[in-house]
Design a protein around this ligand. Structure first.
Ligand code: MN
Ligand code: MN
Length: 314
């Protein structure tokens, strides 16, 4: 059996999980209000990340701003940027850490108003799962619920994008939560003491993502370098470990240290040496449009808490 890191959910932990969820919910709503034709991904992400910091928390990963057929893992770089058109379908996905206790939440905005059914598919799937949640719910049942809701509206789930368990300082804690009835997780359940992100993705494409494009999201592997590091690389790695531990980060958060081009060069060389890993941009294989909705849940002994949603009842 796979070892799933459990949270030690005492009163203090619970208070921090709830605070992280509350900040994430407000940051996401703030971000939603800024998504308009002509706005840039960078301006919105910087604003959302600064809002999180202004609340005494930290972004648990860089603001993901994935447009149209990009499903996940785009964040603005130090120089490149995306400008929104009147046709954009935007997935805003953010993470908040309060002392390592994490909330992860996402929504989709359809600027043309022509893709409401697609948005409704992932939104309704998430809502249906939340209604069924109870301590010990099986991952198979979650996946089955997601896929049936999305199919009912005439769309496909993205089979190789999943939800995930979360632990302290760990955005992915080992267990993937499928968006289709996956027989390989038939006996796996969300037991009390587990925190998880539920995140259905719907598409009018092939129902699969592939890697595409140069990423701006990285994380420290926690492993010692295979090859020697030079002094500049060592100094940068020290700052990365100090600021982010093994949580994902983006070079935008390090431009106070040096020239952006030098920074990106050093980051790439740390990837090549196996010290950092990157998160490739994930695009829909059939160039379909993608919608996503996500909430974070905490499974307690007698109930389920949806930390990123005020009106949801688990
Ligand atoms: Mn997310
Ligand atoms: Mn997630």
């Amino acid at each position: 059996m796979q070892e799933v890191p459990q949270l030690q959910i005492d009163d203090e932990a619970l208070e921090k999980l709830i605070r992280a969820g509350d900040i994430a919910r407000r940051a996401l709503e703030h971000g939603r209000s800024l998504i308009k034709p002509g706005a840039t991904a960078r301006a919105i992400c910087v604003e959302v990340e600064n809002y999180i910091r202004s609340q005494g928390a930290y972004p648990a990963f860089p603001c993901n701003f994935s447009v149209d057929h990009v499903a996940a893992h785009y964040t603005p770089g130090t120089s490149d940027d995306v400008e929104l058109s009147q046709e954009s379908v935007v997935k805003l996905d953010i993470g908040v850490s309060v002392d390592g206790y994490i909330a992860d939440t996402a929504l989709t905005v359809d600027l043309s108003g022509r893709h409401q059914e697609l948005l409704e598919a992932s939104r309704e799937a998430l809502e249906a799962v939340i209604k069924r949640l109870k301590p010990g719910i099986s991952l198979y049942e979650i996946g089955k619920t997601v896929e049936s809701r999305i199919r009912r509206r005439g769309f496909k789930v993205i089979r190789n994008l999943t939800g995930h368990t979360i632990a302290r300082h760990m955005i992915h804690a080992g267990l993937s939560i499928p968006n289709y009835p996956d027989r390989t997780v038939f006996y796996k359940r969300l037991q009390p003491g587990t925190q998880a992100a539920i995140e259905p993705f719907a598409t009018n494409g092939r129902g699969m993502v592939v890697e595409g494009g140069v990423t701006n999201i990285y994380a420290y592997t926690g492993r010692r370098p295979r090859k020697g590091l030079n002094d500049d690389e060592k100094k940068l790695l020290d700052v990365i470990v100090d600021r982010f531990l093994t949580l994902p980060f983006t070079p935008r958060w390090l431009v106070d240290l040096m020239d952006p081009q030098d920074l990106e060069h050093l980051v790439r060389s740390l990837v090549a040496k196996g010290v950092l890993h990157d998160y490739p941009i994930l695009v829909e294989a059939g160039r379909g449009l993608v919608s996503q909705h996500e909430h974070t849940v905490v499974i307690l002994k007698d109930r389920v808490l949806v930390t990123t949603c005020k009106d949801c009842q688990g």
